[in-house]
Design a protein. Structure first.
Length: 99
């Protein structure tokens, strides 16, 4: 239930209630709850949209359905950053590519 845990953590770090997140993505609060509990598995695009509403970007690579320790570490590190810090990190990475 990686997606449910990830969504809940992102929502809490963004300081949002389930109702507030639901309002941001034009969904029902009960649907957010079902995702977080693992009752329903959101599509990758839905998960991406929900995380963006929390100020996170689903930017790690997914090669298969198994969560590798490396991916869990990347998620944990991203969740420690504020949205501003994540944007700053992304901008610096892009600048580095083109320098």
């Amino acid at each position: 239930m990686v997606s449910g845990d990830l969504l809940r953590e992102a929502r809490l770090r963004a300081g949002l209630t389930q109702a507030e997140l639901a309002q941001r993505v034009a969904s029902a609060r009960s649907q957010i709850s079902r995702y977080e509990r693992g009752d329903v598995l959101p599509s990758l695009e839905t998960l991406r949209r929900l995380l963006r509403a929390c100020g996170l970007e689903l930017g790690f690579r997914i090669y298969n359905a198994d969560l590798e320790d490396h991916d869990a570490s990347m998620i944990a590190q991203a969740l420690l950053l504020t949205p501003e810090e994540r944007v700053d990190r992304a901008v610096r990475a892009v600048r580095h590519i083109y320098e």
